[in-house]
Write a protein that binds this ligand. Structure first.
Ligand code: C5P
Length: 403
């Protein structure tokens, strides 16, 4: 399986550093051009010459040296399709998380635009230390992929979680990510996220409990796969995913206007927003004062943005909707996917506590108008976002390939 991709292999100071030589060998067997960058402490675990023999290139380590001129970290960063740090030590994970750049490898990590993958290796106590887990969480939120360590015998002689994943497993993950980034590179993805707010008067509004987390997780996953991402977002407190173009809107009609304007220039559209189905018929421009009487508000139905987009869909475009349901009956969901004119409907059960609105977890079921029902199960929204994108791409590709 020759892929001819440029893989930058970062090696940091762990007892497992010597196993990076095997990783380099396997990645080259797959046809990749492997360039190793080792930290000074990594080079205490194997001779530089071994790295050069296994990769066929000089092994770089120093940010500043007298050879060659040029700006090495920028050159190496620009030409890579993937940056793999294996093994990633506790110290290096902390550095990457806070953005330190005090050697060649950490500086390259700040300069790359390609996906970054880390394969941690350390003692179990260190791996599960709250500081390291918090750093890993930060890195995941920035789209860094982790190949988690496995259970096995550690440098201390103890058994536990913390052993560098096998070079074979690392090779598989790298293959998968390189294929994925091929599939998504340059694809324009439009995602709606969060709630809409419908004004009642100058200070009050009708809203819902959507946090925007699912839509933003999808945006982050698409970005980390190399897609070009636009988010049309209702009010949320979430940080804007780095690299996304974001349009902030408030009402369903503003969302409709922005989605309809952006839709023609995108390949994939995912309506993850919880659009208010109703708006106030005649909101007051001023704040209504209390006057001791009841206040009856008249509601009028909002446009169904998703159904509208499906009528505008051109060949080659792919449309995904969400359905927050209290009844997960498959035939009802399949019927809904047909009515809405989507290619895929991602349904979640909002009657169950701990998942769905505002929570970090969800439980998704993928449904298609052709009658396919695939439970993706319960997981964090971040993990589900990645799974959903992989499933979307697979089905969309088979439409493109006519199979
Ligand atoms: O009909 P229901 O609200 O269950 O449909 C949910 C799906 O439709 C979501 O993808 C949501 O973003 C979209 N939607 C919409 N416009 C509305 C209501 C929902 O696009 N007015």
């Amino acid at each position: 399986m020759a892929s001819s991709k440029k893989v930058l292999l970062g090696v940091t100071g762990s007892i497992a550093a010597y196993r990076a030589l095997d990783v380099a060998r396997l990645l080259r067997q797959d046809g990749n051009d492997v360039q190793m960058v080792a930290t000074r402490s990594a080079l205490r675990f194997f001779p530089r010459l071994n790295g050069e023999v296994f990769t066929g290139h000089p092994v770089y380590s120093e940010l500043f040296d007298s050879n060659g001129g040029g700006v090495r970290h920028i050159e190496l960063a620009d030409r890579s399709h993937l940056l793999l740090v294996a093994p990633a030590s506790a110290d290096f994970i902390a550095k990457l998380s806070i953005g330190l750049a005090d050697d060649l490898l950490s500086t390259i990590c700040l300069a790359v635009t390609c996906p970054i993958v880390i394969a941690p290796a350390m003692e179990e106590k260190m791996y599960f230390h709250p500081a390291i887990q918090a750093h890993l969480e930060t890195l995941r939120s920035r789209g860094v992929h982790e190949i988690p360590p496995e259970k096995g015998s550690l440098a201390s002689g103890k058994e536990g979680v913390g052993r560098l994943q096998s070079p074979e497993r690392i090779r598989k993950e790298v293959r998968h990510l390189l294929n994925m980034s091929d599939c998504w590179s340059g694809i324009r993805v439009l995602i709606s996220a969060g709630p809409t707010y419908e004004p009642i008067d100058a200070v009050r509004f009708l809203g819902n409990r959507s946090s925007g987390k699912m839509g933003y997780a999808l945006a982050e996953s698409a970005l980390s796969r190399g897609a070009v991402v636009t988010i049309v977002s209702g009010p949320t407190s979430l940080p804007v995913p780095i690299g996304a173009r974001v349009f902030q809107i408030e009402t369903a009609r503003e969302m409709e206007e922005t989605m309809c304007r952006e839709f023609p220039s995108h390949d994939l559209c995912i309506m993850a927003a919880a659009v208010a189905d109703y708006r106030i018929q005649s909101p007051s421009g001023a704040k209504r004062k209390k006057d001791g009487t009841d206040w009856a508000i008249s509601l009028t139905e909002n446009p169904d943005i998703l159904a509208g987009l499906s009528r505008k869909k051109k060949p080659g475009q792919f449309l995904v909707g969400f359905a927050a349901e209290t009844d997960m009956d498959s035939s009802l969901l399949i019927g809904k996917s047909r009515r809405k004119g989507v290619d895929i409907l991602l349904a979640n059960d909002v009657s169950r506590p701990g998942i769905g609105f505002s929570s970090d977890e969800n439980d998704l079921t993928l449904v298609t108008p052709l009658g396919e029902v695939l439970p993706l199960g319960r997981n964090t929204k971040r993990i589900l976002a990645g799974q959903a994108l992989d499933e979307i791409r697979r089905r969309w590709k088979s439409v493109e390939d006519g199979s």
